[in-house]
Design a protein around this ligand. Structure first.
Ligand SMILES: *Cc1c(COP(=O)(O)O)cnc(C)c1O
Length: 385
């Protein structure tokens, strides 16, 4: 039997284009090679423009979690009072990272499936004393997208003294974010909607964040210290730690693909595909965890119907056999549904194949579904009907 090609439909890593993989497999250049130096510099300019960042884009080897640590280490010290908003698992991870650093942390949680709101954050910050606030743009454990533009504008207007940090790991490159809304730091990493392989974090720091770093003097960290990387990120001939040359070339190619599609087109496609996937899965009897006003464009959490004939592990194994890799749920939802990424360069073929695989798995697992029910919804939507 021919093995079924597995489509990676988890919230990162995502399928990577062959031209990006080719860059990874190409001969390793010296980090001082003038061609590489120029390519790296050009990529950094593109990254700044993608987020409309007036400061610096740091591109450093490490995963998204390193991005979380880098963002907070360079903006908050022991004297800072930090509000960390959590919409789920990754927000909770940020709270624990901040606590480990000995920061004065006040956590603010939303019920899973909902988001902290600008009104709630405004109310808390109005108590005074805060210097930094942190939110998650898209929470990967719940599929909740925070109303970022509204939140950032509220921050800028009502709490201009508070620096605003955004974990954009599951959003950046798939959902619009613009630092001029009032964002001081935004970060993501390469294996999510930026569609390259795992390995690097991208941290955008605006002018106010850079000023804050300067005011902090020396910090304990070295590898993730902005001050050490600023010379490199402003002049890629300089050296601090050896840049991940092949990863950087691969990301450059991925960003070329993103810019060729066009950012507004890309964000619109993510939003449209997300809507169609949700409708298609609803036709199979799956319920979406995130409440309607907070559904993310990059990933969704689908909950099993009440009369589910098989358990979570068996269902996802059946999906994998049919060619769709899905992720298990986290926290209180573990076993109750699955997480599906629909971010990156998913085209119509991939989307149809992925949903078709899930539909076949649903049929083989004995769910009460009409064959073609999900595909009918998807096909009509993709055909623009
Ligand atoms: C994936 C993710 C992270 C962690 O990124 P890693 O690359 O796995 O370290 C952090 N925050 C959010 C919102 C994520 O989706």
């Amino acid at each position: 039997m021919i093995p079924t090609k597995k489509l990676v439909m988890i919230p990162g890593p995502v399928p990577v284009s062959p031209s990006v993989l080719q860059k990874l497999g190409s001969e390793v250049k010296a980090h001082t090679d003038p061609d590489f130096v120029a390519e790296f510099q050009c990529l950094l300019a593109e990254l700044r423009s993608i987020m409309n960042c007036q400061g610096i884009a740091f591109l450093v080897a490490g995963s998204g979690t390193m991005g979380m640590e880098m963002a907070i280490a360079n903006i908050a010290g022991e004297k800072d009072k930090v509000l960390v908003c959590s919409n789920g698992h990754f927000g909770d991870r940020y709270i624990s990272i901040c606590k480990n650093r000995g920061l004065d942390v006040t956590p603010m949680d939303a019920k899973w499936g909902r988001s902290v709101t600008p009104e709630e954050v405004d109310k808390e910050l109005s108590k005074g004393g805060y210097t930094v606030a942190v939110v998650t743009h898209v929470e990967t454990s719940t599929g909740v997208e925070l109303p970022l533009e509204e939140m950032a504008k509220m921050m800028k207007e009502k709490h201009p003294e508070v620096l605003f940090v955004v974990d954009g790991v599951a959003a950046g490159g798939g959902v619009e974010a613009d630092m001029s809304w009032g964002i001081d730091v935004y970060f993501t990493c390469t294996q999510k909607a930026f569609c390259s392989v795992p390995g690097m974090a991208i941290v955008w720091a605006g002018e106010r964040a850079l000023k804050k770093r300067e005011d902090m003097g020396s910090i304990r960290e070295s590898y993730i210290d902005y001050a050490r990387w600023i010379p490199v990120m402003t002049d890629t001939k300089k050296y601090w730690g050896t840049p991940a040359v092949n990863n950087i070339s691969a990301l450059k190619e991925s960003v070329r693909i993103m810019l060729e599609e066009g950012l507004s087109e890309r964000y619109r496609r993510h939003r449209d595909h997300a809507g169609l996937v949700v409708e298609a899965m609803a036709a199979l009897g799956f319920r979406i965890l995130a409440e309607k006003e907070y559904r993310s464009a990059t990933l969704s959490i689908f909950l099993y119907p009440p009369n589910m004939p098989v358990d979570d592990a068996s269902f996802r194994a059946a999906c994998a056999d049919e060619g769709a890799l899905l992720a298990g749920c986290l926290g209180e939802y573990a076993g109750k549904g699955f997480r599906m990424g629909h971010m990156g360069n998913l085209d119509k073929h991939m989307l149809v194949s992925g949903i078709a695989a899930i539909e076949r798995a649903a049929i083989s697992c004995g769910l009460d579904v009409k064959p073609g029910a999900a595909l009918a919804v998807l096909q009509l939507g993709l055909a623009g009907k």
